[in-house]
Design a protein around this ligand. Sequence first.
Ligand code: ATP
Ligand code: MG
Length: 246
Amino acid sequence: MTAIPKSHPRLNSLLIREKLVNGFDNNLVAKEGLLAHGRGEAFDYLIGEKTSKSAKKAIKAAAFMLKNAENSVISVNGNYAALCPKEIIALAKNTDSKIEVNLFYSSEKRKKAITKILKKSGAKEIFGLNKKSSTKLLGIDSARRIVDKNGIFSADVVLVPLEDGDRTIALKKAKKKIITFDLNPLSRTAETADITIVDNVTRAMKLLVTESKNEGKKSIKYNNKKNLKLSILEIRKNLERRAKNA
Ligand code: ATP
Ligand code: MG
């Protein structure tokens, strides 16, 4: 581990970077995953590296949707597993969700590394590993459409963090309710999902785990289009404040 001074003004973002770099060295994270993180980081800067009001609202709505689902699945990719493995397990437990390893850039080596860290963090059953139970989603090119028959394929609600737009659209076509974490409120995934949590997954997962612990399955009024608009306005407000003080 490289020494990062505790007083560094961007300490958290450097620690997150380090987790991803370690994840890359341990075969968890794809090269492309590092680049995708860079895109996310830029948006995190713009939102002020803290959880916004709109994100808090989306987190509440997500907890409600997951707790009321018939068959919810948490889709796990390399970045997600490298950044918050313990929270993934806790969320699955609190919401009675399945866990599926589902990769944009599929590789057996990476699947194995992800499975290992999930198991180490307490996962019992993991979907997406058995070729015999894999099937295909319609509407996307071949390598990227494989899902587990007993996992995402038969789910009513799917949590897909840091996901690509084509796949989110294909899941919507398959009539799934989609929850995502995406720091970019302008991405196709952000626009396509039913609930978009515009926040760093490392901050938002902690809050979602806490929120999903609550016994009360309290419904809230939630409109994703309105909420996304709010997150874009929050960025504008941040920028205006910075411009004023420049
Ligand atoms: P789309 O395909 O939806 O139009 P994209 O091509 O810009 O989006 P992808 O690389 O396909 O983006 O998906 C990765 C997404 O994950 C990006 O929108 C990025 O902002 C977001 N992201 C990256 N790191 C994080 C993180 N730590 N927390 C939340 N979101 C993140
Ligand atoms: Mg994309």
